[in-house]
Write a protein that binds this ligand. Structure first.
Ligand SMILES: [Zn+2]
Length: 282
């Protein structure tokens, strides 16, 4: 765990794909300690990671864990949730999160089994006990440490929320921001670009992305991911207009971004596979 701001701890996952070798530890997880309580933000891809996160918390503080917050539905962010059940925490997430978890349950159980050997009955989903409506902001207080949590319309997924540590002006973005690792679009590319346009106008001291190194230059970090997404959208639009097929598109589009990102070829092709068919109907 790295204390990137006083009382704000981040564990950075490795840049591994969800395939052979996936161990559940690929995204950023962590916690924020206030004067009276603690909030956990994302819990990792399996119960063991959640338990390790809990022991890292207990090495530093005995305060109660009042909140476990999931930034969105993806499996690498949510399958450690059950480690915090006995803490009596409120689980917080987007209003769409309970349904999204349910819809993906069988698929995620299969991935957890195939790559980590975790039996289905040990892949435990804990949905939020309190949800935040799209475009709504709520404030929770950890004791002289207010956090502003905001739920977004469909962007990276349809379950994205951000957490702002108001005192340190640090924004935990979930996967609305990727640093180093190729961005993933599992929602709506237009919505994703719109959200980034809104976020880059704000004035943060630091951003903690869903994947990659926390940045003290939020403007630059948002500009980089937005440039990739806009280029992807522009090139897909041109490809559709010129009659290019999906296969050729996945092989050829946005190649000049390839050296800017880790795991580029595989993820860029997946993004094109998702966005191209959606844009064909626009
Ligand atoms: Zn994600």
């Amino acid at each position: 765990m790295v204390e990137v701001q006083p009382g704000l701890f981040v564990h950075q996952g490795k840049h591994l794909d969800i395939e052979e070798g996936y161990d559940g530890d690929i995204c950023n997880i962590g916690f924020i300690i206030g004067k009276q309580s603690i909030a956990v933000i994302d819990t990792g891809g399996n119960l063991k990671i959640g338990q390790d996160l809990l022991s890292e918390i207990r090495r530093r503080s005995d305060l109660p864990i009042h909140y476990v917050i999931n930034t969105h539905v993806h499996l690498d962010h949510i399958y450690g949730n059950a480690a915090f059940l006995e803490e009596g925490a409120t689980y917080l997430g987007h209003e769409n999160l309970p349904k999204a978890m349910q819809l993906r349950k069988a698929f995620y159980e299969k991935l957890n089994l195939d790559f980590m050997g975790i039996k289905s009955n040990e892949s435990i989903q804990i949905p939020p006990s309190q949800t935040i409506k799209t475009n709504e902001e709520i404030i929770i207080d950890l004791g002289d440490r207010p956090l502003k949590i905001k739920a977004f319309p469909e962007a990276h997924t349809n379950t994205d929320i951000t957490i702002l540590d108001i005192n340190s002006k640090t924004l935990w973005t979930g996967d609305l921001l990727f640093v180093e690792r190729t961005p993933v679009i599992d929602g709506d590319i237009h919505g994703f670009i719109d959200v980034l346009s809104a976020l880059e106008k704000e004035n943060y001291n630091m951003v903690v992305p869903g994947h990659g190194t926390p940045s003290k230059n939020p403007e630059q970090a948002f500009a980089k991911i937005k440039a990739y997404l806009k280029k992807l959208r522009d090139e897909i639009r041109l490809a559709i207009d010129s009659g290019m097929g999906l296969d050729e598109a996945t092989q050829t589009l946005v190649q000049d971004e390839s050296t800017n990102w880790v795991l580029f070829n595989i993820q860029n092709a997946r993004n094109i596979n998702r966005v191209f068919p959606m844009m064909e109907w626009e």
